[in-house]
Design a protein around this ligand. Structure first.
Ligand SMILES: Cc1cc2nc3c(=O)[nH]c(=O)nc-3n(C[C@H](O)[C@H](O)[C@H](O)COP(=O)(O)O)c2cc1C
Length: 180
């Protein structure tokens, strides 16, 4: 996919690895993509709207029930304009919500309402990642046609060593470029 002028909706969830989304946004903006971020409520415990807004040069969305400046149903308009939705980092929780077709926040609602390519980049503790529930949810989403960039083995923020570390930024960028 040529990134220039593409609408990339970036979902950012509640993980320590949320700070890595800043670098991803910077690189996508350098490649002239239009990046619009959806920050989950938990995500805002790890990174601020202000940082994401400054780097993406766009308003950051979080609250499904925020009164818009003009008439617009945000999750539908974002879902329609997206060329690709990238969730980076993706928590076990958002993966579970999406696998169950939940639509209880702006990010899950937007994904459910979109026909765009979906790219999910999980990051979590090894036991969370290897848990049968998470693996089953990932399989369900793969069956729906969602793309995954699997996490790496490495040292995790919690101090453990194992699977669950977010894929490197350059792998995320090249995976977006390599989408059909
Ligand atoms: C310090 C801290 C670090 C966390 N790191 C992760 C993580 O790396 N991966 C994950 O799946 N959940 C992690 N969580 C739990 C999520 O924040 C929690 O499941 C939350 O409900 C995720 O919501 P979201 O998917 O809407 O962002 C962490 C929680 C805390 C307090």
């Amino acid at each position: 996919m040529v990134i220039e002028n593409k609408n990339i909706i970036l979902g950012i969830c509640g993980c320590i690895a949320a700070y890595k989304s800043c670098d991803i946004i910077r690189q996508l903006v350098k490649l002239k993509a239009n990046v619009e971020c959806i920050l989950t409520k938990s995500g805002s415990q790890f990174i601020t709207l202000f940082t994401l807004q400054t780097l993406s040069k766009n308003k950051v969305y979080q609250d499904m029930f925020e009164i818009p400046d003009e008439w617009e149903i945000k999750h539908i308009s974002l879902a329609k304009k997206a060329d690709v939705i990238v969730i980076v980092p993706a928590t076990a929780d958002i993966i579970a919500r999406l696998a169950y077709g939940r639509a209880d926040d702006l990010l899950s609602c937007t994904v459910l309402a979109s026909k765009a390519d979906i790219l999910i980049c999980p990051a979590m503790n090894t036991n969370m990642f290897n848990h049968q529930a998470t693996q089953t949810n990932i399989k369900t989403l793969k069956d729906y046609g969602y793309n995954f960039i699997m996490p790496e083995k490495g040292e995790l923020a919690c101090g453990d060593y194992g699977d669950g570390r977010l894929a490197p930024v350059e792998v995320v960028i090249s995976s977006i470029i390599n989408l059909k």
